[in-house]
Design a protein around this ligand. Structure first.
Ligand code: SIN
Length: 314
């Protein structure tokens, strides 16, 4: 069963206050100050909550780059900012700025995030990040929310015959160059050329749950299922994308300065909602990612790297 079975609010064995926010995904975590090193029991509890609720929300955290990276390190190796990031904040190679002012400069128009399609972070890599931690700094007065979807619930909601089809197929993930032609970023995207075939259903290495691993933002470019024609691939992918993003599996988060979202990138996809770019306000968030493993399908088969190199952290 994927539905969250808890009472509306649970106080855990430590001081953590865990409040689920929808029936399938998301919990707000109180009673923790992310500036501090957490006792091992609290780290374990946060990790358990992450696996259960898929995305955790923290409010009013007074943290900067150093504290964000230190918090992340308690959960695993932290990767460099992004395979294509050429300009992280000085002294913080792990921080990816998501900054509307950069997009305005590079693309000539303000957008509130680097991508406005449903995606799981960097699934063009053979080892996509295990988790991501995003911190809000500057926000528009309204708009610019982010949504997440529970890919385990999406898998479990499929009819059996469709689950069996999904279990058996591999999908091509590649990086669509969201960069101005001739720009440094476009050069880096082409040079890195990340392409991987992932099983459409990945088994979570910790929970053993099966997730519908279809990452529309990284599979929409190629639209390719191994062994299927382009027309067949297109139709099957459209169906799986729609199932993965059904509104009942989602949660929408309203950011405020100091908000932090921590998501399980092996069991979710997310969407930066494109409803604020036209308003011209700034939106600045900072992301770090934890090193991930190579996905495995239900029969144990691994993802296949076609181009590029694995992405390791330290
Ligand atoms: C991301 O895709 O990692 C960022 C999401 C956002 O800008 O809301």
């Amino acid at each position: 069963m994927t539905e969250i079975q808890d009472k509306p609010r649970t106080t855990s064995s430590s001081s953590l206050d865990i409040a689920p926010v929808t029936g399938y995904i998301g919990a707000q975590i109180g009673g923790v100050d992310l500036r501090e090193a957490q006792p091992a029991a609290v780290v374990d509890e946060i990790q358990d909550a992450l696996h259960k609720y898929k995305v955790l929300f923290f409010r009013d955290q007074q943290i900067g780059h150093a504290e964000q990276v230190a918090f992340a390190r308690q959960f695993g190796a932290v990767t460099p900012a992004h395979p294509h990031e050429e300009n992280p904040p000085e002294g913080f190679p792990e921080i990816l700025p998501i900054d509307s002012r950069r997009y305005e400069q590079n693309l000539g128009r303000k957008r509130t995030s680097y991508d406005h399609s449903w995606h799981t972070d960097v699934t063009a890599l053979v080892n996509p990040p295990a988790a991501s931690i995003l911190r809000a700094d500057i926000l528009p007065p309204y708009g610019g929310d982010t949504a997440w979807t529970n890919l385990v619930a999406a898998y479990e909601g499929l009819p059996r015959q469709l689950r069996e089809l999904a279990d058996a197929i591999d999908i091509k993930h590649q990086f669509a160059p969201r960069a101005a032609e001739g720009s440094e970023r476009a050069r880096k995207v082409a040079e890195t050329n990340l392409v991987t075939f992932h099983p459409a259903v990945r088994v979570h290495p910790v929970t053993g749950e099966r997730a519908l691993f279809v990452s529309p933002g990284f599979t929409r470019g190629a639209r390719e299922i191994r062994g299927f024609s382009p027309e067949q691939s297109e139709k099957i992918l459209s169906l799986l994308w729609a199932e993965a993003t059904r509104v009942e599996y989602t949660v929408r988060f309203r950011w405020a300065p100091g908000s932090v979202a921590f998501w399980d990138n092996r069991a979710t996809a997310h969407l930066a909602i494109a409803d604020a770019g036209h308003l011209g306000h700034d939106r600045v968030l900072y992301r770090v990612t934890l090193e991930g493993d190579v996905p495995r399908g239900v029969d144990g088969r691994e993802s296949e790297l076609i181009s590029g190199t694995p992405f390791y952290g330290s």
